[in-house]
Design a protein around this ligand. Structure first.
Ligand SMILES: C[S@@+](CC[C@H](N)C(=O)[O-])C[C@H]1O[C@@H](n2cnc3c(N)ncnc32)[C@H](O)[C@@H]1O
Length: 216
């Protein structure tokens, strides 16, 4: 696997050639519909607010958010131009107006305080501990006062069956997933200045425990 540095992303399924199969893989293995619907249901922004889907991948969640908040300005950012091409195609074929941007989470190209909410799914486990911290500080910067961060990602397995189930993801996605699976993300959010961090939901999947966190 390519080492992750600041100017390099880990592709959605670890290898570029697997990206076209991403939607199918996620649909079959993560209870995607259920957990993304729950995540969208947790978002509270003004009807005409601004929201960022951080590391939006193929844009499935971004499109669902725009449908839920049709008057909102919805942005999707990802470091991978190939996956953004898929996302743009899906948005245009469904007539959904989304602002997609190619950039890295460690240098977000938005003004301070620009968003009411930042949402991210299946992403933080791609980042080294250092880049998790940098990304959280960037997110804090682009969120306005009282803005919320919602993160859905692999977390500490909720039992030994989930621990066993998470082994392929830990192996495929490498060391960066291990600290997510060790439950370190909420502590990192707190270090970055987020408050009121709560786990809102937890899902058992064939690849381990998905945990949803909300913070302010
Ligand atoms: C597993 S996919 C998740 C996609 C989408 N959020 C979802 O829920 O299906 C992880 C995404 O993170 C992107 N990514 C990885 N590192 C990144 C970085 N440092 N900055 C921006 N995007 C990054 C990858 O290109 C990929 O699209």
């Amino acid at each position: 696997m390519k080492p992750q540095t600041e100017d390099r992303y880990v592709p959605a399924l670890s290898f570029d050639f697997l990206t076209p199969f991403y939607d199918l893989a996620v649909k079959l293995t993560t209870r995607e519909k259920v957990f993304k619907e729950r995540l969208v249901g947790r978002i509270e922004i003004p009807p005409d607010g601004r929201l960022l889907d951080l590391a939006c991948g193929t844009g499935t969640l971004t499109i669902a958010i725009k449908r839920r908040f049709p008057a909102a300005t919805v942005h999707g950012l990802d470091g991978d131009s190939k996956i953004l091409r898929i996302a743009r195609g899906k948005a245009s074929s469904t007539g959904t107006e989304i602002n997609f941007t190619e950039a890295f989470s460690t240098a977000l190209p938005y003004p301070d305080g620009y968003f009411d909410s930042v949402v991210s799914s299946l992403f933080f486990h791609h980042l080294t501990p250092e880049n998790k911290r940098k990304t959280l500080l960037e997110v804090r910067g682009v969120l306005g006062g009282g803005g919320t961060l919602h993160v859905a990602d692999w977390g500490q397995p909720s039992n030994s069956a989930m621990s066993l189930a998470s082994m392929p993801v830990r192996w495929l996605d490498g060391a960066t997933t291990r600290d997510s699976c060790a439950g370190k993300l909420p502590g990192m959010m707190e270090e970055a200045g987020f408050t009121s961090i709560v786990e809102t939901d937890r899902f058992s999947t064939v690849f381990g425990t998905l945990r949803l966190h909300r913070s302010v």
